[in-house]
Design a protein around this ligand. Sequence first.
Ligand code: GCO
Ligand code: MG
Length: 395
Amino acid sequence: MVVKVETSEPGLYGLGCGTFTQRYLPVRSAVLDYLRPLLVGRDIARIEELWRLMMFNSYWRNGPVLNNAVSGVDMALWDLKGKLAKMPLYDLWGGKCREAAAVYQHADGETLEELSDHVQQQLDQGMRHVRIRFGGSAAGTRASGETGGLAYGGPSDSPARRPDGALEGAYFDPRHYTLSTLKALQHVRERFGDQIELLHDVHERLTPIDAIGFAKDCEEFKLFFLEDALSPEDGAWFEKMRSATTTPIAVGELFNHPNEWMPLIENRWIDFIRMHVSQMGGLTPARKVTATAESFGIRTAWHGPGDVSPVGHAANLHLNLTAPNFGIQELQPFTGPTPEVFPGCPEYRDGYFYPNTKPGIGVDLNEALAEKYPCDPSVIQWTQARLPDGTLVKP
Ligand code: GCO
Ligand code: MG
């Protein structure tokens, strides 16, 4: 979902990402039916003023739909600010701390051999950080770009059996997932040694105590970080996780509100903030939390899967280049027609994400071409995650 903010100057417009893959229609309505009548005619220079106007005008605020709608406009206003200043956002924000942002991609496989081959492919592309996933061990975007977990967590030989009459869903066996993932991490570490940084995403699918135990079991593999070990609803358990293990902790893609990330930052219960920038309301709040996190020794690792638009990935990149406390950037390479639909996509090579020198965010949108690739409104399957006994769980 990309928002285009047009101005009174012909040809001068800004673009912003408001991508909420699973509920894009309400985001579209929030922008067109509510923010557009609120904003038309106002001064595009006043970004903070307009961000607060958009967020408070509905009285009830935040949440994924409104945050993504506000982000689309917010990023577009920053894009315009850069275009008017004739500077890329990384210059407008004080200049680069680094030439490019180190990235990680995903490696998965149904067998240890398949997983190793995929890791080797990543290393051959110059990658040094790789997120490991074994089988369908957690839902989410598979390395191929398709989103969704497999029938059972881990390889498909899970011992768990469904009860008679169990409802359809993306079945997941927590115990099988943890045991098979530890085996996979051990295999990859033994095969590739310390030439590689390992990351893993639990995807919030363990109970708190199992997540703490799993994080501790991961210590021997020296992960770069363990992501979403706990769900946002279990945020208070991060205190116990922190005192139980030295595994670095990353969380944030599901967060909507500062009340979710601030306790984890001010208590130093985590090591990386991983928000989905459009989900938290755009670049304006993301810049603020980056500076806050720096004071607490916490690094950034913005969410960057296949369901962030190239405008959003480029926005992440401007944050990454200017933050002293940048950690790592997740990247789903731009495949197929994407680079044509979005001219100016940042360039990925040898494990780094490079910006262009265009003003603003630096990515354009070919609307005519985009028309050929409509969004998919079908019912989401992979988020219908169920335990072996059929209990529906957080995906
Ligand atoms: C990640 C995320 C994704 C999400 C997906 C949801 O760390 O990249 O967990 O895999 O599952 O973005 O739509
Ligand atoms: Mg994740």
